[in-house]
Write a protein that binds this ligand. Structure first.
Ligand code: GLY
Ligand code: MN
Ligand code: MN
Length: 493
């Protein structure tokens, strides 16, 4: 809630009519309501007989006092509705239901209109808007969920994602807290045993397992409309990498490099970063998900690892480039870089319909492990010689190689058999932190190369090819001048 001072200030500053806060200029290439309706229909077709699937919007997270984190819809909820507002619940029924003499097989409860809140936050859809904009025959307001006449015990399965118990109760009636509490009461959701976080996957007719497997199947295969948005997100991210290659020089800060990428995302109207941007120079690049981006002055001779993804209309890329800050790989850096590149190419050669994530990982790991043996960095490819006993992982290639991308950076999708129109990453890496048990000349070399691929029947299409990948191509790109070279700002204390 806003404190009084903030209210007075904001009301004083913004003496504009409420209509001025309606969301104007919404992008014209958002997914259509028809797309989302068809996703609901496809899910319904896969649902077991006499079942209902229940989805809740993401919670609002408080950042401090009266400031919340930027709201981001739950990807399943967005996929199925296109609704971008919080405090909502969606029910999809396998079979037709009746309400006030009307037949329906899906219903959404959304926030009620509230002129004062809309003055601050912008227009809400409301139930009439939800029907129209989201293409629902039946839409009600959050507070109506309590009196909504539904007997969950009549379904063979009530499918939902279990609750983490971390949703705040706000002052607004029918908020997410109330919707969950009402659902629990109506569906006979039991008190959990003390200390347990989740329900048994199947308890009476409550089922917290099946829905995720259905969503994996649905979301893993991208529709043409989704592919168009993903291609855009990936291209924007790859252009960011390319422009940073031109702008990079020693003395820049990690945050400044992050800023150039994210400026380019915004320049192309990507709304968000798909995950916190990872920009680590030298040793920091060895921290797999380093997001502090604190280093004030990147040093001549260091590598910088940059793992960033633009999120465009909900769909996120995931692209990593590792480049020499001074524009030229050292001998050791180039050897390691080229080995990772060779591993990625081996993974790419495996990537086609019918392959598995494990096949691709193995292809990359074989190249990396043997290469590190040949360089004398590992003693042998025996598991014990390659393992770091503290983490239980391969010492220098300690992570997986593939995941789906889409509405999540680690998107839902099956991993056992690749199918056409899946979009995945291939991201081998070698990270050799200072103090590693090898010749110190290899220390502080972190390399990850991560690209995004569309799986096809015959193979795969590289989507992130706007950003050079080969060491020679990167060096060449880094010789080009950059518009960011011209930016000079006054020094401050
Ligand atoms: N950016 C996180 C990852 O590559 O999986
Ligand atoms: Mn990734
Ligand atoms: Mn990544």
């Amino acid at each position: 809630m806003m404190n009084n001072l903030a209210y007075i200030w904001m009301i004083a500053v913004w003496l504009l009519p409420v209509s001025a806060f309606a969301q104007e200029h919404t992008p014209d290439d958002l997914l259509s309501s028809q797309f989302h309706r068809e996703r609901r229909e496809a899910l319904r077709a896969m649902m077991p007989g006499n079942s209902v699937a229940v989805f809740f919007a993401n919670p609002v997270r408080n950042r401090a006092n009266d400031v919340d984190y930027i709201y981001h819809q739950d990807p399943n909820f967005y996929y199925l509705t296109g609704h971008r507002e919080p405090h909502a619940v969606l029910l999809i029924f396998k079979d037709k239901q009746r309400l006030n003499g009307k037949s329906y097989d899906e219903i959404i409860f959304v926030r009620a209109h509230d002129a004062l809140r809309e003055l601050y936050e912008g227009a809400r859809l409301g139930k009439a808007g939800a029907k129209k904009a989201l293409d629902f025959k039946v839409a009600l307001e959050g507070p109506d969920f309590e009196s909504y006449n539904i007997d969950f015990s009549k379904f063979d399965k009530v499918m939902f994602y279990d609750f983490e118990g971390d949703v705040r109760n706000t002052e607004e009636a029918g908020d997410l807290y109330d919707l969950i509490a009402t659902f629990k009461k109506k569906a006979n959701y039991p008190d959990k045993a003390p200390g347990t976080l989740t329900l048994e996957p199947h308890q009476n007719n409550l089922d917290t397992q099946t829905l995720d497997s259905l969503m994996q199947q649905r979301r893993g295969i991208k529709q043409p409309e989704e592919l168009a948005l993903l291609r855009k997100a990936v291209t924007i991210s790859a252009i960011g990498q390319r422009e940073v290659m031109k702008a990079m020089h020693p003395g820049m800060s990690e945050a400044e490099v992050q800023g150039i990428h994210e400026f380019i995302f915004k320049k192309y109207r990507a709304e968000y970063e798909g995950y916190p941007s990872i920009v680590g120079a030298g040793h920091n690049g060895c921290v797999l998900h380093y997001i502090d981006n604190y280093k004030p002055s990147i040093e001549d001779g260091e590598l910088i690892l940059m793992d960033l993804g633009a999120e465009y209309h909900g769909y996120t890329a995931d692209v990593t480039r590792t480049i020499p800050v001074n524009g030229k790989f050292s001998k050791e850096q180039k050897i390691i870089y080229d080995l990772v590149y060779k591993a990625q190419e081996a993974g790419r050669a495996m990537c086609k319909e019918g392959a598995t994530f494990a096949d691709i990982y193995l292809a990359t790991a074989n190249v990396i492990n043997q290469g590190l043996v040949d360089l004398g960095i590992y003693k042998s490819t025996d598991k014990e010689d390659m393992m770091d006993s503290r983490t239980g992982r391969n010492r220098y290639y300690p992570h997986g190689c593939c995941h789906h991308i889409g509405l999540d950076v680690h998107d839902k999708g099956e991993t056992d058999t690749l199918k056409a129109n899946m979009v995945i990453t291939i991201e081998p890496g070698i990270y050799i932190p200072e103090g590693s048990p090898c010749d110190p000349k290899w220390w502080n070399i972190p390399v990850r190369i991560e690209d995004d691929f569309l799986v096809t029947q015959a193979g795969c299409e590289l989507l992130s090819d706007e950003a050079p990948r080969k060491s020679e191509e990167i060096e060449k790109m880094m010789q080009q001048s950059s518009p960011f070279d011209q930016i000079a700002l006054p020094a401050i204390e």
